[in-house]
Design a protein around this ligand. Sequence first.
Ligand code: DON
Length: 304
Amino acid sequence: MDYQSIINEIYRDLMFEEDFGQIATYIPELAKVSPNKFGVHLYTHDGFNYSIGDAREKFSIQSISKVFSLSIALSLLGPALWKRVGVEPSGTAFNSIVQLEYERGIPRNPFINPGAIVVADLLVTYLKDTKKEFLEYIRALTGVDTIDYDKDVAKSEQRSGYKNSAHVNMLKSFGNIKNDVEEVLDFYYHQCSLSMTCEELGKAFHKFSDTNSVFSYNGIHLSQSQVKRINAIMLMCGFYDESGEFAFKVGLPGKSGVGGGIVAILPNKYTISVWSPRLNNKGNSYMGVRFLKQFTTRTNQSIF
Ligand code: DON
């Protein structure tokens, strides 16, 4: 398959179309990013790389980081994790709080904000120096030691994260946060602030795209079955209340972030990362979703 030509064609076609959507401004630091950035990187299972545009520029990965934290929690806790967080699509926005009260403090899944905050609490419990060890894990996944948190983005969200403060306090009131709420939020904002390129994300998610081998690093060990489950949750919940539409249009498990990044996986075949900062009304990259829809259509490859 001539992946590079297909990527070039879609990129060129989309360049001529209007990029609808809005850049995320509720985290003030993210509003500074140029809305016209557009990068794509494809990393195949047999080790070939294809890219175009801003694929080697760092951006704020935001909720894409929730796949990394989930993988650590799942490896450390195994099935006990599912007592604290579910695996069902929420049908609500990533930052909605309405379900949390009537479902008594158990978030529907690990990707909506309250679910990711519960996972952050678990990491604060189980990792001694949480921020340091989390960063080392990401560096090991990618093999890139220069990956780091963006302190300005973390601070910016800390100052404006009123909804996340509401989530963590509601969770705490139901006994589903074990640590100090400020410590949990501090780690959560740092994990979301990770600054990575499409290429680096491709390398990291490559470890989750291989259902035939296991990944082990410093006591974190992902079994084949856990990798399979992470993919299932990405398919069902990776795009919040657009997950059904993403599966319908694109047909791949994946995860988005409000920085405009999307990573999607065709298990045992490739990892594809797209970055375009304008978001649709579900908080997912407008151009990113369009690109991936075209990509699985023109390659005629998806999980279905
Ligand atoms: O907590 C937040 O709102 C952000 N740090 C992450 C949200 C996010 O990326 C949702 N993704 N589409």
